[in-house]
Design a protein around this ligand. Sequence first.
Ligand SMILES: Nc1ncnc2c1ncn2[C@@H]1O[C@H](COP(=O)(O)OP(=O)(O)OP(=O)(O)O)[C@@H](O)[C@H]1O
Ligand SMILES: [Mg+2]
Length: 355
Amino acid sequence: MGPARTAKGAAPLDALALEDAFIALTDGVVVSAAEGRIVSANPAAFRLLGEDQLLGRIFDDLLLVSGAAAVQRTDGHVVRRAWFPREERMGVLEVVSTGIEERGWIHTIRDVTAQAELLRLKEDFLLQVAHELRSPVAALSAALDLLHQDALDMPRAELQKMLATLMRSALRLEHLIENMLDAGSIEAGTFQVRAAPTSVRIALKEALEVVQYQLDAKGQQLVARISPVADRVLADQRRTAQVLVNLITNASKYSPGSTTITVSTAPVGGSVEVVVSDQGPGIPENERPKLFQPFYRARTAREAAGGVGLGLTICRAIVQAQGGDIRIASGPDRGTSVHFTIPKARELAEEASGA
Ligand SMILES: Nc1ncnc2c1ncn2[C@@H]1O[C@H](COP(=O)(O)OP(=O)(O)OP(=O)(O)O)[C@@H](O)[C@H]1O
Ligand SMILES: [Mg+2]
């Protein structure tokens, strides 16, 4: 060990030996002799590799067990990626091995699980976005094609149906693009809302203009129970409508046809709680906290319906920026209900009296 360092008689900085750095480092460092046997390893190496005993063992054998694959080879360096058990699941380690002349190797080991996961999510996301864009764009071009050929001879009713398809597809594209832009500004920390006294009823009406066609298409009914208290909240009306669009869209697309979706409100302390509930499959408890992460989609939902996994992330950003909170309550086979709060707008009289 290095020199003892107490708060009072701390060793001067220049007395910090290389060995202290070696011990304190969060990356694992392993030194192996020319024939591969480990001669030295820092505490992080034991922790990352999940081994109690390293000295004397062949380093490459450890990696072999975990199915390491070389991802890069340059003169003197080998970069390998390996899977290792980490807490409950598998983690990804990146191992960079550098030859020390002919005498041996120094291997640095870094936990890159988070980066690997993000990369995978982003790859999935790109695929999903392309997939999501494809159907409205295909519907748009098919409808435009038909209109281009026969618009003048088409019966009025058919023309109207066609235009409705065009509107729907355009709305879907607009919604998708808006979600993606917002996700970008949330990540960049520039996301903003403009709260003013407004009504949940009006925001819901605005939302229904976007989602009604989807409910109709699945034969679903929306029941609204909006109490008078929800008519005076402090919120960004357009953004609140966007939250409702996202939640109602989820409730609709993850639930079977001919079911009912309920939007209700109730006062809770200084806030109004809005609840969107459905009669769908519900969400297992262990998945619930992850749903607010960007790009995260539950396993079952991935097959059930399209989506890119941004809706709830944006809902949370909007709700929190307005000073509220959002949570999911659901059990398997009990349907899903998403609860969010919006601060009540203070009465003008209250404001005037400074209450
Ligand atoms: N009402 C619901 N019933 C069941 N699962 C739901 C419900 N709402 C959300 N989920 C789950 O939460 C995940 C995340 O929802 P979110 O709205 O963020 O993304 P998405 O619907 O997949 O995509 P999009 O970005 O298009 O909204 C969904 O993929 C789904 O697994
Ligand atoms: Mg969604």
